[in-house]
Design a protein around this ligand. Structure first.
Ligand code: DX5
Ligand code: ZN
Length: 221
């Protein structure tokens, strides 16, 4: 089965002072907008508190893919589902009861994502496959945009693709995705791509999203 490719640009490197305009530049060509929520506890950086994130979710013309890099995901993640994030991704390392939290997100009507950091092995998390709509394999250490893609994460992507097989579970990679790296990630089995600095540092962000999609579709298995 050919991987269906999705591009979910991150606004982490966009201009936060005029986010509406920044999102408008890419909304028509993106599948979802990837919203990086950082609390300065789980990661050494801060982006949005819940109230600010809620406004972005409610104003966004397309669905939001909320990537929660926050401690205590168990209590915070359901709030994102409640306010309409189309997808809510929790970190395995930040969640006490992964199964219960994924089920709660589902019961509130959002898709579920389970993310793992570069130093976290994925194997034990396949146990949650029945409650997961997307696995997110971090290809940089979470916290900042503009970092170098970690090639050695591709093995984890291949392993995840092997387990997912043809199930309708998305396999997302996040960190360092660009015209130089997206093809190897597709070849390893990823189908959903976060790109932050590659998109927002480009002269024409929409054209960059289209180019990334084209490259990925050309190598989709
Ligand atoms: C990093 C974030 C990423 C970040 C990616 O912790 O989760 O979504 O925005 O940025 P780039 O694409 O620049 O690596
Ligand atoms: Zn992210």
């Amino acid at each position: 089965m050919k991987q269906e490719i999705r591009i979910t640009p991150s606004i982490l490197n966009a201009n936060f002072a005029q986010l509406d305009q920044e999102i408008a530049k890419i909304a028509d060509v993106s599948d979802l907008i990837h919203l990086d929520v950082m609390d300065n506890i789980f990661v050494p950086n801060f982006t949005f508190d819940f109230e600010a994130a809620e406004k972005i979710i409610k104003n966004c013309p397309i669905g939001i893919d909320a990537h929660l890099m926050v401690a205590d995901a168990d209590s915070i993640a359901p709030r994102y589902a409640e306010v309409g994030a189309q997808s809510v991704t929790i970190h395995a390392e930040a969640t006490q009861d992964i199964s219960a939290t994924l089920k709660q997100i589902h019961s509130l009507g959002s898709r579920t994502g389970l993310a793992i950091k570069p130093n976290t092995a994925i194997d034990t998390y396949f146990d949650f496959i029945d409650d997961v709509d997307m696995f997110l394999i971090m290809t940089v250490e979470p916290g900042f945009g503009g970092q170098k893609f970690m090639v050695d994460m591709l093995e984890k992507v291949r392993k995840a693709r092997g387990v997912i097989g043809d199930r309708p579970i998305w396999l997302q990679v996040d960190g360092g995705i660009s015209l130089e790296t997206i093809e190897q990630a597709v070849a390893a089995g990823a189908d959903t791509f976060v790109a932050g600095s590659a998109v927002f540092n480009a002269q024409d962000p929409a054209a960059m999203v289209a180019s990334l999609r084209q490259l990925a579709q050309n190598v989709a298995n």
